[in-house]
Write a protein that binds this ligand. Structure first.
Ligand code: SF4
Length: 443
């Protein structure tokens, strides 16, 4: 506490006020949102409040993503724009965190080009943010004063909780930078996860999303992912369990049987397939075939009624021929996903695919992704129109003007023409469907 008070005094002097404001911008995935919530918990502890207006902030923090080159370019442009803010007020503290700055070349580039940045903290050392923050502000070294613990998480939405259960990845898919920037898999303490889930469910969290690059490989003291799901399912309360991301190679019949037995499973499965062609899957180092993927989906659909399945697709992987791309198209048509996140292959320095010959023109990659988007739009629309006339239980997520936006247990978005309290659970009748959402009315 002595250290915290000392830090507060330093902040008061630096910002020349009693109450401080932080502006946090998050790029990328839910893991980044979870990391940002931990940092926000620490900042709140120091007396920060949060603002959407970057121009009034005392502290600006970017939580960055490294998955795609275009995302990095966008983030670097945002960082460049901070120069004038810092020039106008040198006391503002600027921190760049996350996966992008875990890469040495990018860190060096930022340090050289944007010397005004106060703190760089990569994804692997995010738990050390408090120490690094202290050191930068005071100029003094300090070890282990306050690692960020789950108990200090500041949830953005009280009813919606991210629960990281495993960090890092051992899979080394040939296109992916994540194993390099987040390091090897490390499962979090089983009992700590359970205690945290009990606490947040008691405090009103309605959607519990278990997070990890590959949640299926969770393993801690002989407890696996199925064990963890069953224990969380036994907690008293009204909530839905979601998880992401699953790797098809580890998504097995035992796990499906467990999911089918849960009272609280959301009935939403995000299972990234990436390609429908076996040669490309091999080059991607995904360790499953098209046939195995289809078999797993069939088994899951057989065991779990009304399962909503979503996926990720990469088009234009190095060497992908048009015929191989057409295998992805046929897989999409066969599986009939509820929705897909589509990406054009993005070369990442240091990954195995970076050295593969990328001989597909940009125009061709755009043609392929456009084709998939068009096909999936039709499938999604048909899928959503199937809900018209049915009743769904939904959680109110946010309000806009006179509307509320809600989410079903299985992750469908429902627009309501009335305003409700955020976090309320209500039953609605679906009266129509749009391209990506449903329109409902309270029953
Ligand atoms: S499973 Fe593959 S795509 Fe997912 S994080 Fe690991 S390496 Fe990347």
């Amino acid at each position: 506490m002595k250290i915290i008070n000392y830090l507060k005094e330093i902040l008061k002097k630096r910002f020349n006020r009693e109450n401080f404001l932080a502006y946090i911008k998050i790029f990328g995935c839910q893991q980044n949102e979870a990391d940002a919530e931990k940092i926000c918990g620490f900042l709140k502890f120091l007396g920060f409040n949060f603002t959407d207006d970057i121009l009034v902030a005392d502290l600006i923090l970017f939580e960055t993503c490294a998955v795609r080159h275009t995302a990095e370019e966008k983030i670097l442009a945002h960082i460049g724009n901070l120069k004038n803010i810092k020039k106008a007020n040198n006391n503002i503290f600027i921190a760049i965190c996350g996966c992008m700055v875990e890469q040495e070349n990018i860190r060096n580039y930022i340090q050289e080009k944007f010397g005004f940045i106060d703190l760089i903290c990569g994804a692997k050392i995010i738990e050390n943010f408090p120490e690094l923050f202290y050191e930068k502000l005071t100029g003094k070294k300090l070890n282990n004063f306050c690692n960020i613990h789950v108990s200090q998480v500041l949830q953005k939405n009280k009813f919606k909780a991210w629960v990281p259960i495993i960090s890092g990845c051992n899979n080394f898919c040939s296109y992916c930078i994540v194993p390099y920037v987040r390091g090897p898999e490390k499962s979090k303490d089983y009992n700590q996860i359970l205690d945290y889930c009990k606490k947040i469910i008691k405090n009103g969290s309605k959607i519990i999303t278990l997070l990890g690059q590959n949640v299926n490989s969770y393993f801690y003291n002989n407890f696996n992912f199925s064990d963890l799901l069953k224990e969380i399912d036994n907690i008293n309360g009204e909530f839905a369990i979601r998880f992401m991301t699953s790797h098809p190679k580890d998504f097995n019949k035992n796990l499906v049987d467990t999911l089918a037995s849960l009272k609280h499973f959301s009935n939403h499965l995000h299972l990234p397939v990436q390609s429908g062609n076996n040669k490309i899957l091999k080059f991607m180092n995904r360790k499953y075939t098209r046939e195995e993927y289809i078999e797993k989906i069939n088994y899951a659909r057989e065991k779990i009624k009304n399962l909503v399945i979503t996926s990720d697709i990469i088009v234009g992987f190095p060497g992908e021929t048009n015929l191989e791309f057409e295998d992805t198209v046929s897989l999409i048509k066969k599986i009939q996903f509820a929705s897909i996140f589509n990406f054009i292959y993005s070369p990442r320095v240091g990954t195995a695919a970076f050295n593969m010959q990328d001989n597909i023109s940009h125009d061709e990659k755009v043609r392929r992704i456009s084709k998939i988007i068009k096909i999936q739009e039709k499938i999604s629309q048909e899928f959503l129109s199937g809900f018209v006339g049915t009743n769904l239980k939904v959680v109110i997520e946010e309000n806009f003007a006179n509307k509320s936006i809600a989410r079903s247990k299985s992750n469908l978005i429902i627009e309501l023409e009335e305003k409700f309290n955020v976090g309320d659970i209500i039953s609605v009748k679906i009266i129509s469907s749009k391209r990506n959402s449903l329109i409902g009315k309270k029953i």
